[in-house]
Design a protein around this ligand. Sequence first.
Ligand code: HMG
Ligand code: MG
Length: 293
Amino acid sequence: MKRGTLRLIEVGPRDGLQNEPNTIPLDAKIAFVNGLGKTGVAEIEVSSFVSSRWVPQLGDAEDVFLKIDRAPGVIYSALVPNEKGLDRALACDIDKISVFTAASEVFNKHNINASIKESIERFRPVVERSERPVRGYISTAIWCPYEGKIEPSAVVDVAKQLIDLGVSELSVADTVGKASPPEVRALLDALLPCAVPVALHFHDTYGMAIANVLTAYKEYGIASFDGSAGGLGGCPYAPGASGNVATEDLAFAFGASGVEVGVDINSVIEAARPLEQYLGRPLASRLSQVPEF
Ligand code: HMG
Ligand code: MG
């Protein structure tokens, strides 16, 4: 399938699965990534090279990486929190790595056991040694579950530090999934003058993600969006938690708006559907629930 200039970045195998309490078998993860490679997405975030004590579900990152088929033209990436993670990622001949920090101190401490400053220092040798493109995530860019509303200036401050380190792209995340178009505008007004290419990463807890994506695309020309096949993510035991905006819902929303995205909706749903048996619930995306579209 021909890919348009819009880039959809599939984070389902990582963000979508990382919180799942049931162990997803290795073969199912490999089949998922292989299926996603045939959908037209530009990149696939395959797993995380983090501590398996912190994220047990992704403890098989090497096995997944080494056993998947890599589709030509697709970039295969993973999260890397420190040099130990980088060594593991390089041993898998990864295409691109993602370091990840936040605009909120309290969230960052919970997530990676570091202050924002400490996390930037941790990333310095990672970026220096990476010899690959590096994405820099900024979590809690609009709302934080602990600190509430986050000011755009806090995001700009972290963005500048990541850019100084040498990241080639930012992925700016609405971790809570509560952002609205006016908040997205305020963030992008502040961020875009100083930033390297920006991707946006919306969770969809409040059902605002598609509105935010279309606002960012139409009004600001943002052309890279993260999504998760099937809307995977979130935890059924954590009330209010929700997954990423679904990749197929993004593809539909762009298509319905007359924008060529080059991602085949059926193939995305087919890649994610077999996971339902391990999740114990149906996929969350809108498109996976309608008989035809
Ligand atoms: P720590 O406990 O402070 O680190 O964790 P440590 O250096 O003291 O190490 C503790 C143990 O972990 C040691 O093992 C290390 O060897 C091991 P022990 O000696 O005790 O047996 N370790 C590792 N093992 C494998 N790979 C590694 C690694 N590093 C240390 N790379 C650490 C710090 C960063 C490791 C930990 O906090 C961690 O792994 N956190 C990951 C958290 C995570 O993955 N969160 C979810 C992803 S972020 C996200 O979802 C947000 C995003 O989607 C955007 C958005 O929506 O906001 C990106
Ligand atoms: Mg996320």
